[in-house]
Design a protein around this ligand. Structure first.
Ligand code: SF4
Length: 591
């Protein structure tokens, strides 16, 4: 089939061997690859109730049909498994350059089962997978690991013009439930603990190199489409905003509506906003816009600290979500210090959103005398020390490494913990943006902001943030369109440019398949049904679609807003109905 290799690389890491299995046209037609394909594979191969950190949990890395083509926003890969953080379906995506090298190996996906008895790193190329001892890499931070593996390929593989590397840091090795898989130093498959799954298999890194190329159905159509889009996007306000300010612009936008989570979700605005917003980042750090391959938006900020104790520190970021987690929730009041904490998490290989949430939760516990641990809001060095303790599972860090559900239980603070299904929300308070409540409640991977990015229509006045009635219809359409993004594996920030019509043109040019909105929605709906089936099989109950109690009962001081439990019940009931699920949120043929 055009746009695919029809090949799955199936790796048994226990035995250090692999097979190349065919993927049928029918399956690719039905799923469009990427998320759709990986979800099908997980349902088929993962035993129900499998231990996420056990050898039988499969770890899948996939590219999409658009990867390696001229389509803008297409240099991304996805990771799919069962999450050690939530115990449910796990998906996480990353940009940078590595997906380009992944697709050149000639596989649509690789699926890893088993666990090595000793640390290994893998080389994946057109000939398959090769296994190397990682004894000398185990314990290294993610940046050094990437450098070492790239240097090895350069020295030993003269046929490889270049390569891409994904790896884990110490947090992944030590099975921290929210460890990331990192690439290009600062890009990461950041949520749901995919790095811990890789660590449980004792895989420190994977290098990709090759020269394979997929054929497109109509390369001229795909190229013309990409060229036209770049022209059209030149004057697009959203593109310009991301290019000029990066995601850090969201600090002001969210603060203005009182939805910038601060002081562990007790406030919606930070008094020190001016020290941590986009203006502060661009003034106080030397910033160069940076892009993943095949991207004209360039939302990344290659930033270097100009003055002070971190002078010279270089990082891509900090992104909005990291600023909110450390600057808002933990009230760190300097953008340089947030960059410093960001750098620590990147080197250790840990999700900044969850890490920031857990540190703020620890501060609350300390203030309330629930634990004997001295830490308070804004105390950067203590926060930095705690991040290290988590990654190396020292003292209190060992409890925190297990994730919010375990921590809240251990400290008898379950009523205060902010999470859905064990994953903490991103920086959009659902008491203000009520559609984000529905997003956090129903996302297959816990409190996720990306599956529907519903903050966008709510902030852009496309729908009233307080509206409940009728919201689920619009929400479901956004979620469906972005599910197609995840099967093709496209960057979210192209969401305004790729509406249904553009997606249909792209799919026709790459795969030759004729699609319309209805057909794409039907594919997306089937994928969402499958992720739901996966979660139900793992024990999900409808009560777990609810938000943490505090969102229902504790008003934000600046706006007085809550989301009432009844409102959430209505949103959920409407969503189940639009999806065609029963009143308990089960896809119909699940009985
Ligand atoms: S918009 Fe940002 S995240 Fe998306 S492809 Fe471009 S640089 Fe990467």
């Amino acid at each position: 089939m055009w746009g695919f290799y029809n090949r799955l690389l199936a790796i048994d890491i226990t035995q250090k061997c692999f097979d190349v299995n065919p993927i049928s046209d029918e399956l690719l037609h039905r799923t469009l690859g990427g998320k759709g394909l990986a979800t099908h594979l997980l349902l088929q191969h993962n035993p129900p109730q499998v231990d996420p950190l056990g050898p039988d949990n499969h770890l899948i890395l996939a590219t999409g049909p658009v990867t390696g083509t001229a389509i803008w926003g297409s240099c991304r890969y996805g990771v799919f498994t069962k999450s050690p953080q939530t115990g449910y379906y796990s998906e996480s995506y990353s940009g940078g350059t590595v997906a380009e090298y992944m697709t050149r190996t000639g596989y649509d996906a690789m699926m890893i089962e088993g666990a090595s008895d000793k640390p290994v790193w893998m080389e994946v190329c057109e000939e398959g997978a090769f296994f190397h001892s990682a004894q000398d890499l185990w314990g290294l931070d993610s940046f050094t690991t990437e450098d070492r593996v790239k240097a090895w390929i350069k020295e030993n593989r003269p046929d490889a013009e270049n390569c891409g590397v994904v790896c884990i840091g110490p947090a992944g090795e030590n099975l921290v439930a929210y460890a990331v898989i990192e690439n290009d130093y600062w890009r990461s498959a950041g949520r749901t603990g995919v790095g811990a799954v890789m660590g449980s298999k004792k895989i420190k890194a994977i290098a990709f190199w090759g020269n394979k190329k997929k054929d497109s159905a109509d390369p001229e159509l795909a190229k013309g489409f990409a060229k036209e889009l770049a022209k059209l996007a030149k004057d697009d306000k959203g593109v310009q905003a991301y290019k000029n300010m990066g995601t850090s612009m969201m600090v002001d936008i969210m603060s203005n509506v009182g939805s910038f989570p601060t002081h562990y979700w007790h406030k919606g605005q930070a008094g020190h906003k001016e020290n941590i917003n986009a203006a502060a980042l661009h003034e106080r750090l030397k910033v160069i816009p940076n892009a993943c391959l095949k991207c004209f938006i360039a939302c990344g900020r290659l930033s270097t600290v100009k003055e002070g104790r971190h002078k010279g520190l270089k990082i891509e970021g900090p992104e909005y979500e990291t600023i909110y987690a450390f600057g808002g929730l933990c009230e760190v009041d300097s953008i340089e210090e947030i960059a410093y904490l960001n750098d620590i998490c990147d080197r250790l290989g840990m999700d900044t959103i969850t890490a920031g949430n857990l540190v703020a939760f620890t501060i609350e516990a300390s203030r309330q005398g629930k634990i004997e641990f001295d830490i308070d809001y804004g105390q950067v060095d203590k926060i930095a020390g705690l991040l290290q303790d988590i990654a190396y599972r020292r003292g209190i860090g060992d409890t925190l490494a297990r994730g919010i559900k375990a921590v809240a239980k251990a400290w008898d603070m379950e009523d205060q913990a902010i999470h859905v299904k064990g994953m903490e929300p991103a920086g959009y308070d659902p008491r203000v943006l009520k559609g984000m409540g529905l997003a956090y409640g129903t996302s297959d991977r816990g409190a996720c902001h990306l599956r529907a990015t519903f903050y966008k229509p709510e902030l852009a006045n496309m729908i009233d943030p307080d509206q409940i009635e009728g919201k689920a219809e619009m929400f479901t359409e956004w979620e469906d369109r972005l599910t197609i993004f995840d099967s093709l594996i496209l960057c979210r920030f192209y969401r305004d440019l790729y509406q249904w019509e553009e997606l249909a043109t792209m799919i026709k040019g790459i795969t030759g398949l004729e699609m319309d909105r209805e057909r794409m929605r039907s594919i997306a709906g089937a994928i969402t049904d499958n992720t739901r089936r996966f979660n139900i099989r793992e024990g999900l109950s409808p009560e777990e679609d609810h938000l943490p109690k505090r969102f229902y009962t504790e008003a934000l001081p600046e706006t007085g807003k809550v989301i009432a439990r009844g409102q959430m019940e209505q949103l959920l009931a409407d969503y189940y109905s639009v999806r065609g699920w029963d009143e308990k949120g089960r896809p119909r043929d699940n009985d």
